[in-house]
Design a protein. Structure first.
Length: 81
């Protein structure tokens, strides 16, 4: 980690300008932003489990539609009411 210290008698504006310039040149800020938005890839086991559960739910909903418990034309929105 790079340390930034203000020199004696240096005004804040010039210190801030130097700080921003060094921060841009070190590319630490870009790396931090990339790490923040990077999401880890899900492993194969998790993908298979998700696929199996969604298949089970789909089959259950199809069955409930066939026996008339769920109206065929209505669709629930996710989290919106």
């Amino acid at each position: 980690m790079t340390e930034f210290k203000r020199k004696k008698g240096e005004n804040f504006e010039s210190f801030l300008r130097k700080f921003n310039k060094k921060l841009r040149s070190s590319k630490k800020l870009n790396e931090a932003r990339d790490r923040k938005t990077l999401s880890p890839k899900s492993n194969k086991r998790k993908q298979k489990e998700y696929a199996l559960t969604s298949m089970k739910l789909r089959k259950k909903n199809e069955y409930l539609k066939k026996i008339g418990k769920i109206d065929e034309n209505s669709r629930r929105s996710k989290g919106r009411r």
